[in-house]
Design a protein around this ligand. Structure first.
Ligand code: 2AM
Ligand code: CA
Ligand code: CA
Ligand code: CA
Length: 261
């Protein structure tokens, strides 16, 4: 796709996201239908499902030959990253949505033959859409973002998921001890945003493709490094222990992880 084509796709996706935002705003103040997926800490609501149905219907009409992966199962089964692949997390941070009506996001990513083209993380309650990709840069609404400072681990706050910290997976507690402190927000999308803005030096969590597909594109465009915790490349078709950090913190963390295997 040339730059003009990417800009046209971008304008279309932004319209879908704003319509999805309106849908969510209407639904979130009514009674939610909440059910458990794998247990009481893994929920899905009628809003997750409505959002995914809405976005996938838009993508199918716009790009009928594409493959679409959605968390709640309304898309396709993905076996390769060939061609156009859209990855949708219709509501990221469902537990926050249910308990707080805050700190959640809508995420969409477009990959072409495995390369990230456009990524979107919509911070719904702050009404800020983080959007872009390598061809167009990264924007927070209309404001272009610049790369966060390449600070070492020792100079920043580190975002982690609860299970990684509690289980001390891959030396997570040691990683945090080397940082200025730990933050846990309960939404991968919101955590990625904090890394974009330099509010944290990085983030790590065990994530599915829809949790990191958009964040990865935006983070890499901003010069951050997105890998598995051991520094190896991400697998877009399965779960990964994802690490997004500045280049310097990536080196610091790799040293700690190697000492804790
Ligand atoms: P979700 O809300 O879209 O499910 C904190 O739980 C973060 O990790 C959220 O971004 C959440 O995404 C994601 N996550 C990934 N796997 C999860 C799981 N099994 N249970 C709860 N959250 C999960
Ligand atoms: Ca979920
Ligand atoms: Ca998610
Ligand atoms: Ca979700």
């Amino acid at each position: 796709m040339d730059e003009q084509a990417i800009i046209r796709v971008d304008q279309t996706v932004r319209k879908w996201l704003h319509a999805d935002y309106d849908l969510m705003q209407k639904m979130m103040h009514k009674d939610l239908e909440v059910s458990e997926k794998t247990g009481p800490r893994d929920l899905v609501t009628n809003v997750d499902k409505a959002s995914e149905r809405f976005l996938i219907e838009k993508i199918r009409t716009f790009d009928p030959d594409a493959k679409i992966l959605g968390e709640e199962g309304f898309g396709d089964c993905l076996t390769s990253m060939d061609g156009n692949v859209w990855i949708v997390d219709p509501l990221d941070g469902t537990m926050n949505f249910v308990k707080q009506r805050d700190h959640f996001a809508i995420m969409i990513a477009l990959y072409q033959d495995g390369k990230g083209v456009l990524g979107y993380i919509f911070d719904v309650m702050n009404d800020v859409l983080y959007a872009g990709g390598p061809a167009v840069g990264v924007y927070a609404n209309d404001e272009r973002l610049t790369a966060p400072n390449n600070i070492p681990l020792s100079e920043g706050l580190f975002g982690a998921s609860g299970p990684l910290v509690i289980g001390n997976i891959s030396g997570m507690q040691e990683i945090i001890r080397h940082s200025r402190g730990m933050r846990i927000y309960g939404s991968a999308g919101i955590e990625f945003i904090h890394a974009f803005l330099g509010k944290t030096v990085g983030y790590s969590s065990f994530l599915k493709p829809w949790d990191f597909a958009a964040g990865r594109i935006l983070a890499e465009t901003l010069g951050l490094v997105v890998t598995k915790i051991d520094g190896s490349p991400l697998d877009m078709l399965s779960s990964n222990l994802v690490l997004v950090t500045t280049g310097k913190a990536q080196q610091d963390i790799r040293t700690i992880v190697n000492e804790n295997v």
